[in-house]
Design a protein around this ligand. Structure first.
Ligand SMILES: C[S@@+](CC[C@H](N)C(=O)[O-])C[C@H]1O[C@@H](n2cnc3c(N)ncnc32)[C@H](O)[C@@H]1O
Length: 457
């Protein structure tokens, strides 16, 4: 068999759902060469056969390759708008709805090193901490075993806590000795009480039908899956959305990253989620009385039918300790939070060096019909902290369409990450000029103003 890079890429794409544009192909080639050298395989043919091997050698090499290729950038309370929504709207609604059974399952799908799953657990604990009897279950899953090892250890550098304020640091983390030979700078360990409600599992979202294949994610109340679909082919996204639909309890919620499902509306069949539109972001809710779950892979969904909730979430009243909170009002804009508890100025720069700066993005060029794909490419570079290349993508998009708000939003986030607050402010302002209802930009601009003010004092 004469097998080349194209066949390997196809095998990986089939198994993981990933799509490969030029820049991702370059990364894949580098990872393949490194892995082939590490296991002493001379050519693509040999490596392809190794990956096909269903024995332990093939499985182990597959795992190592995946660990080398995935992009795991994440940090605690990463998306200000979404966490405000969760705190003010979604979680209170779920607590009200589940107040009789007091059981709640939350799933961070594509959790990387665990910060998102722990952030959820912290938030839930802040809301129901003192209310007795709740059984909270937070599950973090990822395809990357090495990332999960870090997640289970629950120890993080300052950089992971760059959006976590002093109060939360003090209450939810313990500063520990980094140990000899470890990198300089403080290490923060997640509070054992928080860690006790979070479990991490290796799960390839594309491996087969859920929840049949992996029972812990059945009967979930909330799925958060951010910065994962930007790497996926549209058919793979559809497949995973159908799986999420089956895993969610009626009335349960799905949160994706801002703009990640543009052009692929999960409100349409075969995943008839109800869209809930807030200024801070879009959320998808599984209807309380959904039609039969889609069966994309020809398996029966009857086994996972759950008892429907008594009433839609819209009518829910807040439970117990949450009585002072406003009732859940989907579709009614929430006011942006000017100062969320726990916000702190970002350090000017992260400890990780930027990858070698190259402003090239390959020979491909954006066109009016593929700007969303280019946005995903730019987000991917930003996720890898390859800011120059992310910006180059953004500039290329702007050359095609200078009125595309998402591109300025990403540029603002990059400036924020770089500690350039006036620059971030200018970009978020641009977003709001083009799209005055852009909730995430509004949240960020409020935050940046706060940082600028604190910096002045
Ligand atoms: C950029 S991180 C996102 C982390 C976190 N959700 C956030 O937004 O901060 C993307 C994660 O998706 C995971 N991932 C990619 N493809 C996957 C797949 N097919 N199944 C499960 N996880 C996958 C990667 O391993 C990586 O950890």
């Amino acid at each position: 068999m004469a097998c080349g890079m194209a066949e390997l890429q196809q095998l990986i794409s089939e198994r993981t759902g990933w799509r490969f544009d030029q820049s991702r192909r370059d990364n894949l080639l580098q990872a393949l060469q490194a892995r082939m050298a590490a296991c002493g395989v001379a050519d693509f043919d040999g490596y392809y056969l190794l990956l096909l091997d269903k024995g332990s050698a093939g499985m182990e090499e597959w795992r190592r390759l995946i660990d080398a290729v995935t992009v795991g950038e994440t940090f605690f309370f990463r998306d200000r708008g979404q966490f405000a929504l969760l705190r003010e709207r979604i979680l209170p609604a779920l607590f009200a709805e589940r107040g009789d059974k007091k059981v709640l399952r939350l799933w961070s799908a594509g959790c990387s090193t665990g910060e998102e799953a722990y952030s959820l657990a912290i938030l839930v604990d802040e809301l129901v901490g003192a209310a007795p009897g709740w059984m909270i279950d937070v599950i973090g899953t990822d395809i990357n075993e090495e990332a999960l090892r870090i997640a289970r250890a629950g120890r993080y550098s300052e950089w992971s806590l760059r959006a976590t304020g002093p109060e939360r640091r003090q209450e939810r983390f313990r500063r520990v000795d980094p140990g000899r030979g470890r990198s300089a700078g403080p290490v923060w360990e997640v509070d054992p009480a928080i860690r006790s409600v979070v479990q991490f599992h290796r799960l390839n979202l594309l491996d087969g039908p859920l929840p049949d294949r992996f029972a812990p994610v059945a009967s979930t109340d909330l799925i958060i899956c951010r910065n994962v679909f930007i790497y996926f082919r549209p058919e793979a996204i559809r497949q995973v959305l159908a799986d999420f639909f089956r895993c969610l309890n009626p009335g349960g919620f799905l949160l994706t990253g801002h703009g990640e499902l543009l052009g692929l509306e999960p409100g349409q069949a075969p995943f008839p989620f109800d869209p809930l539109v807030f200024p801070e972001g879009h959320i998808w809710q599984k209807p309380v009385n959904p039609p039969p779950a889609p069966s994309s892979r020809g398996f029966s969904t009857a086994a996972i039918t759950q008892a429907p909730r008594k009433q839609p979430l819209q009518g829910a009243r807040p439970a117990q300790r949450l009585q002072n909170r406003p009732p859940f009002q989907p579709l009614i804009p929430a006011m942006p939070q000017t100062s969320q508890s726990g916000q702190t100025p970002l350090p000017p720069r992260g400890p990780l060096p930027q990858k070698p700066a190259s402003a090239t993005v390959g020979s491909e060029a954006p066109e009016p019909g593929n700007l969303d794909t280019w946005m995903d490419k730019a987000r991917d570079f930003a996720n890898r902290r390859e800011h120059d290349r992310a910006e180059a993508c953004c500039r290329a998009i702007i050359a095609v369409n200078p009125l595309y708000p998402e591109v300025y939003y990403l540029l603002g986030l990059i400036r924020l990450e770089q500690g350039d607050w006036p620059g971030a402010h200018a970009f978020f302002q641009k977003v709001l000029f083009l799209a005055p209802d852009h909730g995430p930009a509004r949240m960020e601009i409020d935050h940046v103003r706060l940082l600028l003010k604190e910096n002045d004092q």
